[in-house]
Design a protein around this ligand. Structure first.
Ligand SMILES: NC(=O)c1ccc[n+]([C@@H]2O[C@H](COP(=O)([O-])OP(=O)(O)OC[C@H]3O[C@@H](n4cnc5c(N)ncnc54)[C@H](OP(=O)(O)O)[C@@H]3O)[C@@H](O)[C@H]2O)c1
Length: 288
C-alpha cells in the first residue's frame, strides 16, 4: 500500500512517518510545501492525478488560529479549497482519503461531549475554514474525516511554533508565575496516538465517514497544565485566569470535548490523555 502524506513535516505528519507499522508492506511518500503550496489551488489536481498512491492522508493546515482572522483568504485556500481538490483526485482514482479536522468547528455551547452528528457552528475563520473542508471531504462518501483537538506531539506544531506541553515546561524553567485559563474545556490529544489510530484505521478498513479522534477524557487548559507540572515535579506557581484576561483575536469554543465512542467501536479502546501525556513526557525526556 502506497501512502501519500501531505504536511509530513508537521506535528502529526512527523508522528505518522515515525510510527509506520514495520510488519506491513507500506510505502510512504510525501509532498511538502516546497513542491506544492496548498494555497495554489489550481496546481493541486494536475499534480496529484499524476502521482501513484493508494491512500492520501492530509495533515496540512493553516492552523494559526488568530492570524487566520486577518489571513482569511489563505486559511480558506489551505483548509477548505485544497481539501476539495484532494477529494476530487481521490474520488477519480478510487483512493482512500483521510482528512484531519478540528474541534474548533463547534461553537462550544454544549455541556456534554460533541458527537459526530452535532452541527458545526464555528466561531472563528479557522473553524469556519475547517468546517468547509469537512463539507468538501464529505462530498465523496468513501472519505474518512478525523476530528481531533488540542494536539501535543514530539515535533511540536509547525504552524503554531510548538505545543502547550512544551510551552508550560519552558515557562516552569523561567521560574515565573504561570497563568492558565480554567474556563475552556477540551480533549487533549497526542499526535503519536492519533498517528497510531490512523494506521489501525487503514489496517481494519473501517467504515468511511466522520469520526472524533481524541484521547479519552477532558480537561481545562488549567487542569492540563496542573497534570504537566505534577509529572515533571515542578514547584511552579500556577494560577487560574479566565479567557477574558488575555483576549484572543479569534473566539474559541468554551467547551469542545469530543466523544470518541464511534471511533472506539471501530478500533478498540483509546487510552486517556493523562496516559498519553506520561508517554510523551517520557519520550521527550529520553530525547532531550
Ligand atoms: N495543533 C492542534 O492543536 C490541532 C487541533 C485540532 C486540529 N488540528 C488539525 O490537525 C492537523 C495537524 O495539525 P499539526 O499540529 O500537525 O499541524 P502543524 O504541525 O502546524 O503542521 C501543518 C503542516 O501543514 C503544512 N502547510 C501549512 N500551510 C501549507 C501550505 N500553504 N502549503 C503546503 N503545506 C502547508 C506545513 O508545512 P511546513 O512543514 O512547510 O510548515 C506543516 O507541515 C491539521 O489539520 C490541524 O488543523 C490541530
Amino acid at each position: 500500500m502506497k501512502i501519500l502524506i501531505i504536511g509530513s513535516r508537521g506535528q502529526l505528519g512527523s508522528d505518522l512517518m515515525r510510527t509506520k507499522p514495520l510488519h506491513n508492506k507500506i510505502d510512504i511518500v510525501s509532498i511538502n510545501r516546497s513542491q506544492l503550496d496548498l494555497s495554489d489551488t489550481a496546481r493541486i489536481y494536475p499534480l496529484l492525478i499524476e502521482q501513484s498512491f493508494d491512500v492520501l492522508i492530509n495533515c496540512a493546515a493553516y492552523n494559526r488560529v488568530d492570524d487566520a482572522e486577518s489571513n482569511v483568504h489563505e486559511a480558506y485556500l489551505v483548509n477548505a479549497y485544497a481539501v476539495r481538490e484532494f477529494a476530487r483526485v481521490c474520488e477519480k482514482q478510487k483512493h482512500i482519503f483521510i482528512h484531519i479536522s478540528s474541534d474548533y468547528v463547534f461553537s462550544g455551547n454544549k455541556s456534554t461531549p460533541y458527537i459526530e452528528a452535532d452541527l458545526p457552528i464555528p466561531l472563528s475563520v479557522y473553524g469556519t475554514s475547517k468546517a468547509l473542508g469537512e463539507v468538501f471531504a464529505l462530498e465523496y462518501s468513501e472519505n474518512i474525516i478525523l476530528r481531533t483537538a488540542s494536539l501535543f506531539g514530539i515535533a511540536g506544531s509547525r504552524g503554531k511554533g510548538g505545543n502547550f506541553v512544551a510551552s508550560i515546561i519552558n515557562k516552569t524553567k523561567e521560574k515565573k508565575p504561570i497563568e492558565v485559563v480554567n474556563d475552556i474545556t477540551m480533549s487533549p490529544t497526542s499526535t503519536k496516538d492519533l498517528a497510531q489510530w490512523i494506521w489501525i484505521i487503514l489496517e481494519n478498513k473501517i467504515q468511511p465517514g466522520m469520526y472524533n479522534a481524541v484521547n479519552t477524557g477532558h480537561a481545562t487548559w488549567f487542569n492540563f497544565a496542573q497534570e504537566i507540572i505534577s509529572h515533571i515535579k515542578s514547584d511552579a506557581n500556577l494560577s487560574v485566569v479566565t479567557s477574558t484576561t488575555y483576549p484572543h483575536k479569534a473566539i474559541r469554543p468554551r467547551y469542545s470535548v469530543l466523544d470518541n465512542a464511534k471511533l472506539t467501536a471501530q478500533i478498540g479502546s483509546i487510552r486517556s490523555w493523562q496516559e498519553a501525556l506520561t508517554d510523551y513526557l517520557q519520550e521527550k525526556r529520553y530525547r532531550t
